[in-house]
Design a protein around this ligand. Sequence first.
Ligand SMILES: C[S@@+](CC[C@H](N)C(=O)[O-])C[C@H]1O[C@@H](n2cnc3c(N)ncnc32)[C@H](O)[C@@H]1O
Ligand code: SF4
Length: 449
Amino acid sequence: MITTQIQNPKSQISNLKSKISQSPYQAYVYSYPHKTAYRPLTPPVNLANLWSNQNKSALFLYIHIPFCEMRCGFCNLFTTVTHNEDFVTQYVRALQRQAQRVKSTLGKSSFARFAIGGGTPTQLPIQHLETILDIAEQTMGANLQSIPISVEVSPETVTEDKLKLLRERGTDRISIGVQSFIESEVLATQRRQTTPQVEAALGRIREAGFPTLNIDLIYGLPEQTVETFLQSIHAALQFQPEEIYLYPLYVRPLTGLGRTDKEWDDIRLACYRTGRLLLLSEGYSQVSMRMFQRRENNPALPVYCCQADGMVGLGCGARTYTDTLHYSNDYAVGVKEIRDILQAYIHSDEAFDFASYGFKLDADEQRRRYILLSLLSDEGLNFASYQQKFNSSVYIDFSELREVKELNLGMEDGEILRLTEAGIELSDVIGAWLFSLKVQELMEGYELK
Ligand SMILES: C[S@@+](CC[C@H](N)C(=O)[O-])C[C@H]1O[C@@H](n2cnc3c(N)ncnc32)[C@H](O)[C@@H]1O
Ligand code: SF4
C-alpha cells in the first residue's frame, strides 16, 4: 500500500493558541464538512456508480421531515411551518419515490440503524408517520424490530397515539427538544410551549416505555442565568432521561435572534461548566461537549451520531455520506428559499438517481473528518486505528495536533489522544481549527439564503 503524507498549508499550523483566546463558540462541528461547504456537482454524480464500490452491509438510514409547528427564533435547521395538508402529502409521496430510486441504486444493502429527524417528525399526521415507517421497512428493507431507531419530537406534537405507533414499530429512542423549562425563556425565542405541556409530554414518553429518552436543553437564551439553567436541568432530571444534550445557543444571520459579545460568552461558559458538573454528579458520563449519557444500567446505549460514513439520507434536508462524497439538496435558512427547495423536491423523480450538490472528500479531507469526529467525542483519536485505516501516522499527517497536547487541551492515554476537561469545553474551537483551508474558504464564500 502507498503511504500518502498530507501536506498542511503553513497558515493552518500553530495557530490554535491564538484561536483559543477568542470566543469558545466558533462553529458547531456536528458534521464535517459543514453543509455550507457543499456546492453544485457538475456533472451530477450517478448514484448507482457511486454506491457500487461502497460497503453497504451496515448502513445508517436517516429520513428527514422538514415540518414544524413553529419556527423557533434560534433555529437554523432546514424546516418550514405549513398547515397545507396537500403539500405534506406530496412531500411524503416524493419521499416514497426517492426511497424506491435510492434503494435500486444501492442494490444489495442492509441497515444497522435508523433515525427520523427534522424539523419535527411528529408534526406529521399519524397516517404519514406510519407511511414513513413503511418506507423504511418495506421500500428500504430495514428490519425495524431488530435495529436501533431514534425519532425526534417536540412537546406539543408528541401525542399518545403517535408514541404508541412509534414504540410498536420498534423505536427505542425518543429525542425531545425542550430547550428550557422556564416558560419566559422559550417564549422569548418565539417558541410556543408551556411547561405543563412539556411535563405532560415527557410523562407520556416515559409511560410508552421507550428504553432511551433524550432531552435537549439550550444555554445562552435571552434572560437565562446560570441559576435558571440549573433549574431546567433539575426539571429534566425528574424524568430520569438516559441522555441529555446541553446545546450552547448559536445565533446565525437570518435566524431571528442576534447577539455576539463577551458577556454572552461568559454566561454560556458558566452555564456549561455548572451544568456539566451537575450532570456528572448525577451519574451521567460526558460523551462530547454537548452529550451526556447515563450508562450505569445500560453501558451499551448506541450513540446516535449521524456522522459515520455509510449514511443514506432520504428527504429534502437529509445528507448522505459515502467515504468520498457527501451530498444533499441545496441548503437554505430563509423561509422563501426553503419553500422553493421543497417545491423542487416534491416534483423530483429521475433527479433522485443523481447527486447534484455536495462535497468530494479527497484523502486529506477524509483524514480530517476522521480526526475531528473521533477527537471531539469521548472515544478519542486512536493512533493505531488511524494507522490501520489510512496507512499513515496521525502526527506525520497532522503535526499541528501536537499543539492540542502542548496547550493541555488533550492528553495521550496509551494509543489514544483524548481532549482534557479544558479541551472538551473548547471543542467548537478545536473543531473549527481542524477545518481544511478549502472548507474554510467554501464556508466563508457561502451566501446564506
Ligand atoms: C430537530 S431539533 C429537536 C426536535 C424538535 N424540532 C424540537 O425543537 O423540539 C434539534 C435540536 O437542536 C437544537 N438547536 C437548534 N438550533 C439551535 C441553535 N441555534 N443553537 C443551539 N441549539 C440549537 C435544539 O436544542 C433542538 O432541540
Ligand atoms: S428547534 Fe425544532 S421546532 Fe423549533 S424550528 Fe427548529 S426544528 Fe422546528
